[in-house]
Design a binder for this molecule. Structure first.
Ligand code: TA6
Length: 277
């Protein structure tokens, strides 16, 4: 493995963001006047062939180990490949960078031609759009996620609203997978790894840093909420043992039964809009 080239910086009057071509990986977004909104492990690798632990990993063309539960690498190959930077466009308030990843049908575990484009619009809000196009002659299905790591003052004090009544699968170690139904807000008091069937907006209230982070999704039928807690954090070499209180993942996805199906020539866009108030 070799060290990554420096990330690209998207600077606007409203915010600064950094994005590696490796995985088209947004590693930071800091609106003017606020603390960084995305979390990054101090132990993360920044090397070819390794995932980055923080920011917004792109999970494609499967989530976790995939529906067959035997796909590797975890969360697909998109976050491990160099995406082609297509350029940036400026508006008075924001800057948008665009990346592309194309598959010729020989990608390990996904033998279908595809084209993925990823738009990162960084301004007072962070607007992410992942569009996948079937460029081949056969219908295919895929899972995807924008696996966003949010920085919080203390995960044990955050309150996550917007998932009340949603059914979910529980992937935490030793948990009854379910399905379960969310009762009221989500709070974190143990390892939390839940795959919700939900299209709705999610609001995270952080009383320590006195801010609310709002996630508005488009084209996403699945919302994932994850905090590794003590044991799982300690088991990950690229995650500091004492870092888990400072983060929570709120992910826009299409996973399991919500996998996307594309006929030849069809496209689908997964959108993730993050705002701070
Ligand atoms: O999105 C939650 C999750 O699927 C967890 O199960 C945990 O594995 C997390 O993703 C991180 O996965 P990674 O492959 O990046 O270590």
């Amino acid at each position: 493995m070799t060290a990554l080239p420096a990330p690209r910086t998207l600077t606007s009057p409203s915010a600064v963001a950094e994005v590696f071509d490796h995985g088209a990986h947004v590693v930071s977004w800091t609106p003017v006047g606020t603390a960084p909104v995305l979390w990054m492990s101090a132990a993360s690798a920044f090397e070819t062939g390794a995932p980055i632990r923080g920011g917004v990993p792109i999970c494609f063309p499967w989530f976790g180990a995939g529906r067959s539960k035997d796909c590797a690498p975890a969360h697909g190959f998109a976050r491990l490949q160099a995406w082609r930077f297509l350029g940036e466009e400026r508006t008075p308030e924001a800057v948008r960078g665009t990346w592309e990843l194309a598959g010729d049908g020989t990608s390990a575990g996904f033998a279908y031609p595809f084209r993925a484009t990823y738009e990162v619009r960084a301004g007072a809000s962070l607007d992410l759009r992942l569009t996948v196009t079937n460029t081949g002659t056969e219908t295919f299905s895929y899972e995807e996620a924008l696996h966003t790591y949010l920085a919080v003052g203390d995960v044990r004090q955050v309150v996550v609203d917007g998932l009340d009544g949603a059914s979910y699968l529980d992937k935490a170690a030793g948990a009854d997978a379910g399905p379960h139904r969310q009762q009221g807000p989500v709070t974190i008091s143990a390892e939390t790894d839940r795959v919700y069937a939900s299209t709705g907006e999610v609001r995270l209230t952080d009383p320590v840093w006195e801010r609310t982070l709002t996630v508005t999704k488009t084209g996403s039928a699945t919302t994932v909420v994850w905090n590794p807690w003590v044991a799982k954090a300690a088991a990950m070499p690229d995650f500091g043992d004492d870092e888990w209180p400072g983060m929570i993942c709120i992910e826009a996805a299409n996973a399991l039964d919500d996998a996307v199906v594309l006929a030849p020539g069809e496209s689908h866009t997964l959108g993730y809009l993050l705002t701070v108030s």
